[in-house]
Design a protein around this ligand. Sequence first.
Ligand code: C5P
Length: 217
Amino acid sequence: MIIAVDGPAASGKGTIARALAGHFGLPHMDTGLLYRAAALNLLGMGGDPESEFAAARACDLSQIDFDDPELRSETVGGVASRISAYPLVREALLERQRRFAGQPGGAILDGRDVGTVIAPAAEVKLFVTASPEVRAQRRYAELRRIGLDVHFPDVLADIRARDERDRSRAAAPLQVAEDADLLDTSDMTISAAVQRAIALVEARTGQSAQETAGPAS
Ligand code: C5P
């Protein structure tokens, strides 16, 4: 079973995807991390984010430590959002995602174009969303928690700018797959959103966790 979880920044898709992976015993890939890794490489190489060729050269991820906390930084996220618009970058990262999705027993991937481009035949597609204000509030609280001196209006402006870039780019824009289930988490707690996501998966597959390939954790 392949589960695609797409949606905009700070919608809760990562949390939901990880919880679903644990519940259904499926391997999980955060595809945004690949774009972040390419961005970190590019910054490390002193490359220019305005150059599609420099960005494409930064897509060799063989030396990347995916546990590096720097990958989660706002700077890296901003550069990732820019270079993810380049077709050469998307192409360079495509195969790795398709291979992960196609592994025996299935997988769950979260990102922006999993249900539309990476795994259009996924059995379950969730599009997780929330209002820009709610997403900015979540991101703001998260950044404050780790001690960053950020201001809410800046965080909101950044969320809106990323939404705009993700939606308007020509290559694999963020859009709701025709056969996706929409999950708006604006007024939901994390646990309510996860329960709803599990129910949506079960409704689509007619399957509960015990019946899927892997062990539930
Ligand atoms: O999800 P996350 O914020 O970590 O992703 C970083 C950036 O990578 C996003 O702003 C988005 O532009 C890009 N991305 C993408 N396609 C994906 C996952 C992420 O374009 N499947």
